[in-house]
Design a protein around this ligand. Sequence first.
Ligand SMILES: CCCCCCCCCCCCC[C@@H](O)CC(=O)SCCNC(=O)CCNC(=O)[C@H](O)C(C)(C)COP(=O)(O)OP(=O)(O)OC[C@H]1O[C@@H](n2cnc3c(N)ncnc32)[C@H](O)[C@@H]1OP(=O)(O)O
Length: 357
Amino acid sequence: MPLTPLVYWAQRHGEIYLRVELTDAQNISICVKEKLLQFRAQGHGAKGQNEYEFSLEFLSPIKPEVSHKSTQRQVNITVHKEQRGWWERLTAQERKPVFLAPDFDRWLDESDAEMEIREKEEKRNRLKASRHEEEGFVSLKTVYLFVYNLVQFLGFSWIFVNMTVRLFIFGQDSLYDTFHTISDVMFFCQILAAAEVINAAFGVVRTGVIPTVIQVVGRNFVLFIIIGSLEEMHNQPVVFFVFYLWSSIEIFRYPFYMLGCFNTEWKTLTWLRYTIWIPLYPLGVLAEAVAVVQSIPIFDETKLLSIPLPKALGTSISFSSFLYIYLVLMFLGLLINFRHLYKQRKKRFRTKKRKAN
Ligand SMILES: CCCCCCCCCCCCC[C@@H](O)CC(=O)SCCNC(=O)CCNC(=O)[C@H](O)C(C)(C)COP(=O)(O)OP(=O)(O)OC[C@H]1O[C@@H](n2cnc3c(N)ncnc32)[C@H](O)[C@@H]1OP(=O)(O)O
């Protein structure tokens, strides 16, 4: 007489779950034909280590594909009903086979199973809705970044082209009136650049906050305090160099970001974005340092932004004292950002190389 294992069952609208009580089951064979399922395996059951088998004639036809998973304690079988629906019993014969019992761990009655389906559907819908929301946010972010980069690109391109054309037409003379012709657009672009700090701080773009703060604060300090607030600085040729060096990188950086918004890139542009800062950054810092040094005697003379002191201590602390400290900060800022840009460059070209392999 073949030995029969204990079999527990439960159903859903689409599936039948069978749990066969056999430990360390091996050589499992499951055959399915229309309504019939035949199981055979070696394992440790109620009658010790032996070969066990059973067959079940289901109430309605089942699909031929049956999946099973054997664990140390049992064999779990999932059978798919040919047609979805609730079966009033498992087997064709009305009398339940003696080795068969309900699996109360998985047991659900019809209404509970329907509720389970509804819950699953609701969960799926919620997931879909949140994915849509996320996609909406992503596309909103893309539009925002694209427009921001486009505006900056147009602004800095206008500056760069204007200065280049004026240099060709007026030669050296153009160096002296850069501020008057360019400053409004430069003010606009650099005020707008504060958004880059916000973007970095709130994770809108994946970049460090410190390098961005150094960049934006450093430039705006030179633009608004050193050059903008001193009329004597307005027609200094150094303004030309500062503005020209700033715009030279931005006409490549912003279109690079614009393409990045659509996960696209143009290799030459990527190379330019991550390479031309190497000469431009030190030159830019040098030009800014020259402007700071040139402004020192003017701040001393005009006493602009100086801090008044009580009479006993002297007259005032000139703003130029702070500028000496700022020159050191500039050098530190240069080192931090140079290192940051070097890392970004290495990361960019290393990943690209790996992708190409
Ligand atoms: C607290 C007070 C501190 C005061 C300190 C004072 C110190 C003063 C020091 C002054 C030094 C400043 C000198 C400077 O003014 C001189 C010049 O600018 S000279 C001209 C040359 N300059 C440059 O080359 C620098 C240009 N600027 C920059 O590159 C950035 O501003 C910088 C923050 C330095 C670096 O950029 P970032 O960290 O963003 O690197 P990535 O470009 O590689 O971007 C990283 C990822 O973020 C994505 N990203 C970034 N921005 C955007 C954007 N606007 N739109 C879309 N995507 C963006 C980018 O695509 C990268 O993503 P992924 O890695 O996935 O590709």
